[in-house]
Design a protein around this ligand. Structure first.
Ligand code: SF4
Length: 373
């Protein structure tokens, strides 16, 4: 138990690295994260390297993409980041690597750090701006303000990053369409290569869900659809391709790492709480950075659960994830009568041997997926 099978010869081309620490905890966030002290962070980095060596020995890897997320990896000092990334170069063969992203928080960016990231081989930045409105940033509990986010963007550009993604959130409590339009326009003016727009969801075990339960916040499907519609119109007319419900890119700048997830490719995740999927197996590391480090130092597995995936589960995922993308899903994965109905309702369109959501379908993506599952 707690060790995935290794009989499949599938080469792994995608690596996710979960860094579990943040300077401040956002009240809506459901990722595994915590505020660690310096000793905990240092111990974790050491354990992460142990795990990296472990997976490099165990799996046939030919990495094409790495996503260093969390948490907030940029809370590490410049020296810590350099050291960690150098060790990645030592442990993994990065000869085939095309995309190496890091999540950056505007509150923890400096010119020195940005230069070090660039020199270490990172070639894509995912900048967590979320909003350009200070009042909303305050509500979201973010540690940065709008001016800092703008400065961070310019710091990364000056450091030579030619692939920057800006993350934005919409349907926030009290957010108006005018504010959302303003946020989109402000982002476009900076000319990032990629923009992610996430609808706020109220996740389990978050302060925002408790506030939602108390009636302080409400969800309105029509408002969410209007915000999504506004994002599509504004970003597409500025030259961004809407290639996944939450993601827009200039031609040639789609996120290769995320596309791998959406098309169901195998990947390895390292760090506490990280998932991995290979063939018909999915496993997860323990979501506790202390226990994670203890196990690795004791030469024990950090894996806490292994799930066997069935062809039905794989099909469900292909529909749920594929439908969100502009590439869509393979025609014979769904019932043809249902597909015809959705086509005549104007929600689905056929292109060669794939079905994809139409513009109207994108506004009802979840219900269309539900109908097909
Ligand atoms: S910075 Fe990101 S990972 Fe950390 S608490 Fe906020 S949303 Fe979550």
């Amino acid at each position: 138990m707690n060790e995935p099978e290794t009989h499949t010869s599938n080469v792994i081309r995608h690596l996710y690295v979960h860094f579990p620490f943040c300077a401040r905890i956002c009240p809506y966030c459901a990722f595994y994260k915590t505020r660690g002290n310096a000793a905990e962070v240092a111990r974790f980095c050491e354990a992460l390297i142990f795990e990296a060596r472990r997976v490099a020995e165990k799996f046939p890897l030919m990495l094409e993409t790495i996503f260093f997320g969390g948490g907030t990896p940029t809370v590490l000092s410049t020296a810590q980041l350099k050291n960690l990334l150098e060790l990645f170069h030592e442990i993994f063969d990065l000869g085939a690597l095309r995309e190496w992203s890091i999540e950056a928080n505007p509150g923890s960016v400096s010119a020195k750090k940005a230069a070090a990231l660039r020199e270490s081989g990172i070639n894509r930045i995912s900048l967590g701006v979320q909003s350009w409105d200070n009042q909303l940033l305050n509500l979201l509990g973010r540690e940065h303000h709008a001016a800092q986010a703008e400065e961070s963007f310019h710091i990364f550009r000056s450091a030579g990053f030619s692939n920057i993604s800006v993350d934005l959130m919409f349907a926030l409590p009290g957010q108006t369409e005018t504010q959302w339009r303003g946020s989109l326009q402000k982002t476009i003016a900076l000319q990032p290569e990629h923009i992610s727009t996430y609808c706020l969801t109220y996740e389990e075990d978050t302060e925002f869900l408790a506030r939602f339960a108390r009636g302080e916040f409400a969800v309105n499907d029509e408002t969410e659809a209007r915000f999504l519609d506004l994002a599509m119109t504004t970003l597409e007319s500025a030259g961004y391709e809407h290639y996944e419900i939450s993601n827009y890119a200039r031609p040639g700048f789609r996120s290769e790492h995320n596309r791998a997830y959406w098309r169901g490719a195998d990947y390895i995740g390292i760090g506490p709480s990280a998932f991995s999927t290979r063939g018909f197996e999915r496993w997860q590391n323990i979501a506790d950075h202390n226990e994670y480090a203890r196990r690795l130092f004791a030469n024990e597995s950090p894996i806490t659960s292994i799930e066997k995936l069935t062809p039905t589960m794989k099909r469900t995922e292909h529909i749920a994830l594929g439908l969100r993308t502009s590439e869509g899903i393979v025609v014979d994965t769904i019932d043809q009568n249902q597909a015809e109905e959705l086509i005549s309702d104007g929600l689905l369109a056929r292109r060669a041997n794939r079905f994809a959501l139409t513009r109207a379908g994108k506004l009802l993506a979840d219900s269309v997926a539900e109908e097909l599952l």
